[in-house]
Design a protein around this ligand. Structure first.
Ligand SMILES: Cc1ncc(COP(=O)(O)O)c(C=O)c1O
Length: 375
């Protein structure tokens, strides 16, 4: 098959979704799939079919969620910079909740809702100043981050609710970051949320959303394809004190789809320079930008078997004219030659959805295995 391409294992996706759903149902938690992780339509249809809600960060994501079977009343809309037309669209579609990130946004929502004769449900995204202890660039819940509104402003909003007569305030929203493997972080979040709910008096409101962020095992994807949903939900349940009538919502992206996707790429050239041995492949950072963007690492395998048992160290790099177009520095691989196929694992999340046509390269197409499980 012509490389590069993404391959999605739909059977694995289904088993991950079932586990997540089962663990969440223990506590009557509701999961919204974060479309930003991957908005591939085949995956979306499957996720919607399994009964997940959707978490969107643009009007286009809302439209795509609706087109792929997510009911409007299961869609939540976050984002620090929603445009007027995006808000108009979201409000006109009667989605489940708008997670609002600033006082000014609240004023705009109120105006637009008034002009449309609507009273949308709105939650305030509060910045809890909790360190997600993950990569700096995927940390969103520290006070220096652009996301959410401060506790002080949230207090002001709830004290002045009557200024916003076209808004139905339903509760609070939080999201502190991504690729979080340390469950202690979610404990801290739950404890801080308890404190914030107390000081804002939101415990009697129906909606409490703790966001996403659960990480996956990039080092051992084959051994651990299913993320630790059990530990994640159990930790939240042990430490969160919700109101009696509160539904607890989550927005999981990476943990639901990250391990079901792989990127297949061919070795174009192998070259040795002064101090390095490069395996130059036909997929570039336009197909998988995480290593260039965050220094992220993915397990890479030579599935052509290599030409001997001897192992060598390669920088696996793409064809794009950027030094950052590098999937791995000093990856240990068997002797690798022109024409070998490499698999880059854990590409189900933030790969296809972040793809671009930089250098006017074509985006990889997608193929599916385990598809017979689709109804
Ligand atoms: C508001 C919001 N919710 C949910 C997510 C999904 O996060 P993850 O893919 O880590 O579960 C993100 C991603 O950063 C986000 O910004």
């Amino acid at each position: 098959m012509q490389t590069p391409y993404y391959e999605y294992d739909i059977a694995l996706l289904n088993s991950i979704l079932s586990t997540a759903k089962e663990e969440a149902q223990r506590y009557s938690y509701k999961i919204h799939y974060a479309l930003k992780a991957n908005s591939n339509h085949i995956l979306l249809k499957e996720i919607a079919r399994q009964g997940f809600g959707a978490d969107c960060v643009s009007a286009n994501e809302i439209r795509v969620a609706l087109e792929n079977g997510f009911p409007a009343n299961s869609i939540v809309f976050a984002g620090v910079g929603k445009s007027d037309s995006e808000l108009e669209y979201a409000i006109s579609k009667d989605i489940e909740c708008i997670n609002c990130e600033s006082v000014q946004e609240l004023e705009v929502i109120n105006q637009i809702a008034s002009s449309l004769g609507k009273v949308p449900k709105v939650a305030l995204r509060v910045n809890p100043n909790v360190d997600a202890k993950t990569h700096r660039l995927i940390t969103t819940g520290l006070k220096e981050n652009k996301f959410g509104i401060s506790l002080k402003e949230a207090e002001w909003v709830f004290a002045n609710k009557n200024n916003f007569n076209h808004i139905n305030f339903v509760g609070l929203h939080f999201h502190i970051g991504s690729q979080i493997l340390n469950l202690e972080v979610f404990k801290q979040l739950a404890i801080v949320v308890n404190r914030i709910q107390k000081s804002l008096g939101t415990i009697n409101m129906p909606y409490l959303n703790l966001g996403g962020g659960l990480g996956i095992d990039y080092e051992n994807p084959l051994k651990n394809p299913v993320p630790n949903f059990d530990g994640f939900f159990r930790t939240v349940n042990e430490h969160l004190i919700p109101g009696e009538n509160q539904t607890i919502h989550f927005e999981l992206g990476r943990s639901l789809v990250g391990q079901c996707g792989k990127l297949y790429t061919s070795v174009l050239y192998v070259k040795e320079t002064f101090s390095k041995r490069f395996a130059i492949v036909d997929a570039g950072m336009n197909a998988l930008i995480r290593p260039a963007l965050y220094g992220a690492s993915h397990k890479i395998e030579n599935i052509s078997g290599g030409k001997s048992d001897e192992l060598f160290s390669y920088d696996v790099v793409g064809p794009i004219c950027e030094t950052s177009d590098c999937f791995a520095e000093d990856a240990t691989l068997p002797k690798t030659s022109r024409g070998d196929i490499l698999v880059i694992h854990s590409c189900g999340a933030y790969a296809e959805s972040m793809a671009s046509d930089y250098n006017l390269r074509e985006r990889p197409r997608s193929v599916y295995v385990g598809i017979e499980v689709l109804a």
